[in-house]
Unconditional design. Structure first.
Lengths: 99, 496
């Protein structure tokens, strides 16, 4: 099976994630879209590792996963703390800082 | 089964990184086990010790490397299986980061004004600084990505740590986090495409692959584009600056000072290294785009800066304009461009930290007052503070006798020698526009009547005084005798 399909799939997932970040309003969902983008990257890395016949792309995918996990910890902590003070996780409600 | 051999590690060269990150871990333990009332002093001591020790090792490495021609040669050393390169620009950036870090630490550690922060901020500060050190020296895109996250994640948290202005502080943290994570996803996709192109993410391998192959240019340039978006975001350049004003305004002021100065240094260190080491051979393809980005960045910074009503937001837009000027130097792509950009980063960092130190002193009933209209007639209340701030603003505007002038002069002349005359003209126009909004604040402070129940100027503690004084001193010193720093900045190029 041609690797092109995998690359196209990952590009599609990445685009879906990007659009999601831009249009969704809930901070948690925005964050999930970012995770989708990271996983699309993982798919690209693994596909290229297969194409190049090397393992380092797969190892990089593990690095990405670990970093993504760390990002979840920090991100959810921040979203939780703002949810506690505001009772809302909508990114539209955070509007004190502008212009 | 292939035997895996452990890579050689030059511990002396990477000692500054190890010390900063090691002390950060100690800081976490102190946070967990020390009694609450003793924590503040302990944490400040640990952070200061980390910076000074790390600076000491840096100085020792520099002298041993220079004096003997070095055990590793004069140009630098690549260690950790080619993941980290400690070369002349990296050493300069490390020195800059540690010095700026020390200043920012002084601002963070001062509890006599404000005291809006908790002790967690110190380990986070060290982790962020450690990430920045690695980021400047990363010779491999994967290392660079991990370093990017190590420097970003603590910064997101630090932005949200204010207790008194909790709502806007948390809002800044959420905005910074979501946009920052979004940008690092772009960086990562760029990395993946470049991996597909070159079969490796080492900067040198990408450079080799880019020279004379029949591989798909689409992968190369799509990868480069996405990668650059991630990097430019961190440097708050041009159209990728949207987080900057909100985060600068919302974060606690000492944190803003740290972020504004050190993140800029780290991001531009990374940009310089990636562009020079990996993409020099293809520069004629992408340089035009970065011309455009630099112009957009200067325009956004200068024009939006005019309309701001908040001092911190104004400095944020000023930093966007400065990012544009820095990019002008960064895309000159020669030894002059490199040394002038490094010098500019140093001067900009010192001036900005001192400026935020001053902003943190102007306070009203509910904490800091950064609304510009409230600053009217500040010179009558506190002439000293007004004059110091005036001097710093003039430095940011690039008036002669300040380091800002020398920095701009060097960057622009490097760009000019490289045949970018139109870009330099645009940059000069925008620095004139930007000068206008700095002068507006100066006029406001000196020639307006003070407002009713305006802010008061708190008496700074020893730490803040020292930080501001050092920032002002360096700004003045490098404006008058820039030679010695410039010699260091131009002592060598990137090692690939």
């Amino acid at each position: 099976m041609s690797p092109t399909y995998y690359l196209l799939l990952s590009a599609l997932l990445f685009s879906i994630g990007t659009v999601g970040v831009l249009v969704r309003r809930n901070a948690i969902v925005v964050f999930m879209c970012i995770e989708l983008m990271l996983n699309a990257v993982n798919l690209t890395l693994v596909t290229f590792a297969r194409v190049n016949g090397k393992l380092d792309g797969q190892v990089m995918a593990f690095f990405v996963m670990v970093v993504a996990a760390a990002e979840v910890v920090v991100g959810l902590a921040i979203i939780m703390s703002i949810f506690r003070t505001r009772r809302s996780a909508s990114v539209d409600d955070s509007n004190l800082l502008k212009y | 089964m292939q035997q895996i051999t452990a890579p050689d590690i030059s511990y002396l060269a990477i000692a500054p990184i190890l010390i900063v990150l090691g002390f950060a871990c100690v800081g976490v333990l102190v946070e967990a086990f020390a009694a609450r009332e003793r924590r503040w002093g302990l944490q400040v001591a640990i952070s200061a010790a980390a910076l000074i020790l790390s600076g000491g090792f840096l100085a020792y490495f520099l002298s041993s490397n220079d004096a003997a021609g070095g055990p590793t040669g004069r140009t630098g050393v690549t260690t950790l299986a080619g993941m980290v390169t400690v070369d002349k620009p990296a050493l300069f950036l490390w020195g800059t980061l540690l010095a700026l870090g020390l200043l920012a630490l002084l601002l963070l550690a001062d509890r006599t004004v404000g005291g809006d922060l908790r002790t967690e901020v110190f380990p986070l500060f060290l982790f962020a600084l450690g990430g920045m050190l690695v980021f400047c020296a990363a010779n491999n895109l994967l290392t660079m990505f991990v370093a990017l996250e190590v420097l970003s994640l603590p910064l997101y948290l630090m932005c949200g740590l204010a207790r008194k202005r909790r709502l806007i502080s948390q809002e800044a943290a959420v905005k910074y986090f979501l946009l920052g994570a979004f940008a690092s996803a772009f960086f990562l996709y760029g990395l993946a495409l470049l991996y597909g192109y070159a079969g490796s993410v080492k900067l040198a391998d990408i450079a080799t692959a880019a020279v004379g192959t029949d591989r798909s240019d689409t992968l190369l340039f799509a990868g480069l584009g996405l990668l650059t978006v991630g990097l430019l975001f961190k440097g708050s350049v041009g159209p990728f600056h949207t987080w900057t004003p909100d985060v600068y305004q919302g974060a606690p002021t000492p944190v803003t000072a740290f972020m504004a100065a050190c993140t800029k240094v780290a991001a531009f260190g990374g940009i310089l290294r990636v562009l020079t080491v990996a993409f020099q051979s293809t520069q004629w393809e992408w340089r035009g785009v970065l011309w455009g980005v630099a112009i957009v960045s200067m325009a956004i910074g200068a024009i939006f800066g005019l309309t701001q009503t908040d001092v911190k937001r104004m400095i944020a837009y000023s930093s966007v304009a400065h990012a544009g000027f820095l990019l002008v130097g960064a895309i000159a792509m020669d030894a002059d461009g490199l040394s002038s950009t490094l010098f500019y980063l140093l001067t900009y960092g010192f001036t900005t930290i001192a400026a935020f130190g001053v902003v943190g002193l102007v306070r009203g009933g509910g904490g800091e007052v950064s609304t510009l209209s409230q600053w009217a007639g500040l010179a009558k209340r506190s002439p000293m503070l007004a004059w110091v701030f005036t001097f710093l603003l003039l430095a940011l505007a690039g008036i002669p006798m300040t380091s800002g002038f020398i920095g701009k002069f060097l960057v622009f002349s490097a760009a000019l020698r490289d045949g970018m005359a139109p870009l330099v003209v645009v940059a000069l126009v925008f620095s004139a526009v930007a000068a206008f909004f700095y002068l507006r604040v100066v006029v406001l402070m000196h020639f307006r009547e003070p407002v009713e129940d305006g802010p008061t100027v708190s008496v700074p503690g020893v730490f803040t005084t020292v930080a501001i004084a050092l920032g002002v001193f360096v700004t003045l010193l490098l404006g008058v005798v820039p030679g010695f720093v410039l010699t260091w900045a131009s002592s060598g190029g990137f090692l690939s």
